[in-house]
Design a protein around this ligand. Structure first.
Ligand SMILES: Cc1cc2nc3c(=O)[nH]c(=O)nc-3n(C[C@H](O)[C@H](O)[C@H](O)COP(=O)(O)O)c2cc1C
Length: 273
């Protein structure tokens, strides 16, 4: 066959496409398990980071991350509507995929209209509890120092996925970190800037606190365009990125509120005396 004939060129292209698609699909299938392991590892890293157990730039090996996570973090599955821990689901928490659950109408519901742009709410969500000291393998010696709640909501270009860490009073914020978003680097992407993240510890999520968390004011925390510094319930915004900043306000208010972890918070928050 002539090498410059149309049939030869089309045939050549078809063979190359076939080889490439076999390589791509083969590696996608072959690496799926490793991708899942890496996803879990990445989530553990972010939880450790927002808990302050891993510093920016710490280069821990996968086995070290898993060990640290196992010794200091307890994950539980919470029924968002009742605010109770689902003991049965907690037994398989390591494989519980909240993102998958929210897409399944059998185990999720559509969210009421909200400013965070949340469309669906899973019936159950994972809460991480941080222990002050290392736990035994059976969880003995656990002493609560922080709760870590997964949060998500719309920024300008993308959905931001992250974690907010809170003190046992479920009012004082200990940290906020996002592990996935597509906001513009240098603008909305500055949510990842350690200097901005350092503004969060010590801020208060809720308004006036009565002795009963059921009577607490609504979530009050806000990212302000300016003037957040020095205020209990506000953090200074990112310049040129008010829309992303507002997104952070709305997503925190949503997930700490009645449609998110509010019922759980009311059950477990350490009441001010
Ligand atoms: C290319 C481009 C990318 C932008 N990226 C973001 C962003 O990631 N987050 C954001 O809030 N605003 C972003 N903006 C700016 C918004 O359009 C808007 O002007 C800004 O949020 C207003 O904030 P300011 O009042 O602090 O200036 C971007 C603008 C442009 C032109």
């Amino acid at each position: 066959m002539q090498r410059n004939s149309v049939t030869y060129i089309l045939g050549f292209c078809a063979v190359i496409c076939l080889i490439c698609s076999v390589i791509v699909s083969g590696s996608a299938v072959g690496l799926k398990e490793r991708q899942e392991v890496n996803k879990v590892l990445d989530r553990q890293k972010k939880v450790l980071s927002v808990a302050g157990l891993m510093k920016e730039g710490d280069m821990l090996q996968p086995a070290e991350i898993q060990t640290l996570f196992g010794k200091r973090i307890r994950a539980v599955v919470v029924n968002l509507e009742t605010g109770n821990i689902d003991e049965e689901a907690t037994k398989t928490v390591a494989t519980y995929d909240q993102q998958k659950a929210k897409k399944d109408p059998a185990v999720s519901k559509s969210a009421p209209k909200n400013l965070a742009g949340v469309q669906r709410i899973p019936n159950k969500a994972v809460v991480y509890q941080v222990s002050k000291n290392e736990m035994g393998e059976d969880g003995s010696g656990f002493e609560l120092t922080q709760y870590i709640f997964p949060v998500e909501g719309k920024g300008l270009w993308s959905t931001l996925y992250g974690f907010v860490a809170m003190a046992p009073d479920c009012n004082q914020i200990k940290g906020l970190t996002f592990y996935a978003h597509l906001e513009t680097p240098g603008l909305g992407g500055e949510v990842d800037n350690p200097k901005w993240k350092a503004k969060w510890p010590g801020k208060l999520a809720f308004g006036a606190l009565g002795s009963d968390p059921k009577s607490w004011d609504k979530v009050k925390i806000a990212v302000l365009k300016s003037g957040g510094d020095g205020k209990d319930h506000a953090v200074d915004g990112l310049s040129g990125a008010t829309i992303t900043g507002n997104g952070v306000t709305y997503l925190l208010r949503f997930w700490l509120g009645d449609d998110g972890f509010g019922p759980y918070i009311q059950n477990v928050a350490v009441r001010p005396s």
